[in-house]
Design a protein around this ligand. Structure first.
Ligand code: NDP
Ligand code: 8X3
Length: 248
């Protein structure tokens, strides 16, 4: 099950897992995109794909969506908590409180709701794997990003906590923390301003969604006794959350 599969990392992850023969539950809010991706994966890879439309911020909708899964989809091997976003790039004093709430509701509470709903479909199997998409912003805080960074620091902490508490159930927990990647992320962050978004990726080669899909698949394909706990992944031009070389 991959949340946020209508674009970016989630879409690439769905494609990678479908290609490798996984049955994929793909989720997101944009139903038309989800249906199209589902059809493409089914025809391209003969994959069994189930699209589920819901907003991760809506606790009841998350519970209802997972409860609606047909019997042969009710054993989940891998949950990829990927749905998330940044809104705005503003100093703390200027930032918009609604943006803060949406980021916290999506990146933190959404991840909690989905994980709680899916865990009962993993625990009886005595195996499972939760892969959480954090960020380099969850390891270091950068200017004008305090609440997005806080939401991703929370993903880091929640991943560590889950890993401890889910040990008795033999459920692996991996957190992947990417640096800058050229998905729809910046267009969403800058609220549709394509030129502002393009500037983020100017002067260097960022990560691509497929890079993260390869890494997620690698983590999921290791032997049962091996778990990659935590991964920070940047493009070669990025050293950390604040230092990027744009010198060509
Ligand atoms: P995209 O904007 O391309 O994809 C985000 C996905 O999340 C979409 O499929 C979107 O689907 C879904 N989503 C957002 N809000 C909700 C919601 N409320 N309910 C359900 N689905 C939602 O961005 P990325 O692929 O880059 O982002 C994926 C994850 O990776 C995020 O958690 C992001 O914070 C993280 N990340 C991104 C980095 C980057 O530089 N791109 C770097 C580090 C981490 P829909 O709109 O259809 O609901
Ligand atoms: C998304 C990438 O550069 O805003 O997490 O940290 S960045």
């Amino acid at each position: 099950m991959i949340t946020g599969a209508t674009s970016g990392f989630g879409k690439a992850i769905a494609e990678r897992f479908a290609k490798e023969g996984y049955q994929c539950i793909i989720t997101g809010r944009r139903s038309e995109k989800l249906a199209l991706i589902s059809e493409t994966l089914s025809s391209q890879y003969q994959a069994k794909v189930l699209p589920l439309v819901f907003d991760v911020q809506d606790k009841q909708a998350v519970a209802d969506a997972v409860a609606s899964l047909p019997e042969d989809w009710r054993s989940i091997d891998v949950l990829i908590n990927n749905a998330g976003l940044a809104l705005g790039r503003d100093s703390f004093d200027n930032a918009n409180m609604d943006d803060w709430e949406t980021m916290l509701d999506t990146n933190v509470k959404g991840l909690l709701y989905v994980s709680k709903a899916v865990l009962p479909l993993m625990i009886p199997n005595k195996k499972g794997h939760i892969i959480n998409l954090g960020s380099i912003a969850g390891k270091e805080v950068y200017k004008d990003g305090s609440v997005y960074c806080a939401s991703k620091h929370a993903v880091d902490a929640i991943s560590k906590g889950m890993r401890i508490d889910l040990l008795p159930h033999k459920i692996k927990v991996t957190a992947i923390h990417p640096g800058s990647a050229d998905t729809e992320f910046s267009v969403v962050r800058y609220k549709g301003d394509e030129s502002k978004a393009a500037l983020v990726y100017e002067g260097y080669t960022p990560l691509h969604a497929e890079d993260i899909a390869d890494i997620a698949y690698y983590c999921a394909s290791l032997p049962a006794h091996v778990c990659i706990n935590d991964l920070v992944v940047t493009c070669t031009s990025q050293a950390n959350g604040t230092v990027m070389y744009k010198g060509g």
